[in-house]
Ligand binder design. Structure first.
Ligand code: PMM
Length: 288
């Protein structure tokens, strides 16, 4: 099913799926908190991306730099070395590839290697050359809500009204992106769950995805294995949360909720359950 029959916004220039799309994650890093660096090798990373597609991923997000709080930045050459061959390998197999990077040079090289979408967790803030580089190519661009990095981690998030502030700050970033020449129908927004946000902030944002959709752009939701799910699943507020790998069922539950709310895509590490979740959401929508 590739025909667009629902009315959720989706980015121009990409396949329009008739339901919430599933973005599988391939982190080509030795320090990713959630997959423990198991795919820190080009061949293994390509194989994993193809596995995610076989499990039902519509697109695969390839990243070479961990954004987890406390992670140190990798240098540009190393990021290029990790990301570009994996993007090329997956794109040559016909996979729709997204590149997860804060660097314009990596985005440009990944697009040249066959990537179809740029996913920048800084929304163009980390590298002033990012927006012009993407605008030149016409690729869709994910603008995530981001308040910056501090000593390798996320700037502390303090909010009086997290939903209003995230929506307003995202609107400002979207305006900057449009001014920089990226076409409005190529801009995707993302609340940036866990980035300068605690569990209550993340849950409030998930409860108000309609407000994010009100920005008028396709919405990406990336809840997979994040800390807030650990908090939700912990037996009580003082108990240890289950490890990241034990949060996939909870992730799939968020996928169903996000799909039902009208998200364009969900970004997940474990694809199988989410592929089912978005199909159930689609079937329920079809029965309205
Ligand atoms: N989160 C991570 C990495 N990339 N991209 C987008 N658009 N949104 C996110 O919330 C996001 C992202 C961090 O998670 P990971 O280390 O488990 O991939």
């Amino acid at each position: 099913m590739t025909k667009q029959t629902d009315r959720r916004p989706h980015p121009a220039g990409l396949t329009a799926w008739d339901r919430c799309a599933v973005m599988g994650v391939v982190n080509v890093t030795p320090d990713s908190f959630s997959d423990g660096g198991r795919f820190f090798d080009t061949t293994a990373a390509i194989k994993h991306g193809l596995h995610l597609v076989a499990e039902g991923a519509d697109l695969v997000d390839v990243g070479g730099e961990s954004t987890r709080p406390g992670a140190t930045r990798v240098d540009e050459d190393e990021e290029l070395r990790r990301v570009v061959p994996v993007v090329r390998g997956l794109a040559s197999e016909g996979v729709t590839v997204s590149v997860d990077t804060m660097r314009a040079s990596v985005a440009a090289r990944a697009l040249a290697a066959g990537a179809a979408l740029v996913n920048d967790v800084s929304g163009g803030l980390a590298d002033p050359r990012m927006i012009p580089a993407v605008a030149d190519t016409g690729a869709p661009f994910v603008v995530m809500h981001w308040r910056g990095l501090l000593e390798g981690g996320n700037v502390k998030g303090e909010y009086a009204d997290v939903v209003t502030e995230v929506v307003d700050e995202l609107r400002t970033r979207v305006d900057a992106v449009l001014e920089g020449g990226i076409a409005p129908d190529r801009v995707v927004v993302d609340p940036g769950l866990g980035f300068s946000k605690n569990a209550d902030h993340d849950l409030a944002l998930l409860a108000h995805l309609d407000r994010l959709l009100g920005l008028g752009h396709p919405l990406l939701v990336a809840a997979s294995r994040k800390r807030f799910l650990g908090r939700v699943l912990a037996a009580d507020p003082d108990a240890a949360p289950p490890p990241a790998r034990e949060r996939d069922a909870a992730t799939a539950a968020v996928s169903a909720l996000a799909a039902h709310a009208g998200a364009w895509a969900v970004r997940v590490h474990e694809v199988r359950a989410t592929a089912d979740a978005v199909r159930v959401a689609r079937a329920v929508e079809g029965a309205r």
